[in-house]
Design a protein around this ligand. Structure first.
Ligand SMILES: N[C@@H](CCC(=O)N[C@@H](CS)C(=O)NCC(=O)O)C(=O)O
Length: 199
């Protein structure tokens, strides 16, 4: 999820990179030494020319600012604030509800033979409706979530939507927002999204 956001940033900027898979859920915990790179034991952790960084928001902005390639943050103060607002919505509301509340309860758990927590799912669907309504309202009628070019806001939200839309209820909820439906079609067909599809 969060690793995919960084992979999307790197690909959209056209930056060569090496991806080292880390299993943070391995029975014995993360591999030896990983907690030195990320004391909280999450993924991703990133390094560039010896500069080590963790936390996706910091990594994504660093990649955008330290490398050539298309700008992934608007230069206009209001649009940049909107981009940061959507990233915050993704972290705080979309990730817990669309991914953990809806995808995990409705798709992932049944796929593993684990029963769905139906109360958790119902609550997450209600919050997801609110979430998509808010994102749709902020987006307006442009092609991307903010402005005329893809930004970090799109690269943050897209991997979360990819999971959410695997649930039939997720697909139903997005149908109520034509602008988000068009955005998703544009986003999903980008080569970076195709190249990073979850298995
Ligand atoms: N605040 C972190 C969140 C990263 C995160 O939650 N990553 C997930 C994988 S997508 C993770 O490592 N989960 C393992 C865990 O919660 O222990 C960031 O922005 O990088």
């Amino acid at each position: 999820m969060y690793v995919r956001i960084i992979r999307l940033c790197l690909m959209e900027k056209g930056i060569d990179h090496e991806l080292v898979p880390i299993d943070i859920f391995a029975p014995g915990g993360p591999p030896a030494g990983y907690l030195e790179r990320h004391p909280f034991g999450r993924i991703p952790a990133f390094a560039h020319e010896g500069f080590a960084l963790y936390e996706t928001g910091a990594i994504a902005r660093y990649i955008d600012e330290a490398f050539d390639g298309p700008a992934l943050q608007p230069s206009d103060a209001k649009l940049r604030a909107r981009c940061n607002q959507l990233i915050s919505i993704a972290d705080n509301y979309a990730y817990p509800e669309l991914v953990w509340g809806v995808y995990v309860e409705r798709v992932s758990k049944p796929g593993r033979g684990v029963p769905t927590d139906t109360d958790r799912l119902a609550a997450a669907l209600a919050k997801s409706r609110k979430c998509l309504a808010a994102i749709s309202g902020l987006m307006g009628d442009g092609p991307w979530l903010v402005g005329e070019q893809p930004t970090l806001a799109d690269l943050y939200m897209a991997p979360m939507f990819d999971y959410f839309l695997m649930a039939p209820e997720g697909a139903e909820i997005i149908r109520q927002h034509a602008n988000l439906g068009g955005w998703w079609a544009r986003m999903a067909s980008r080569p970076s999204m195709e190249a990073t599809k979850p298995l």
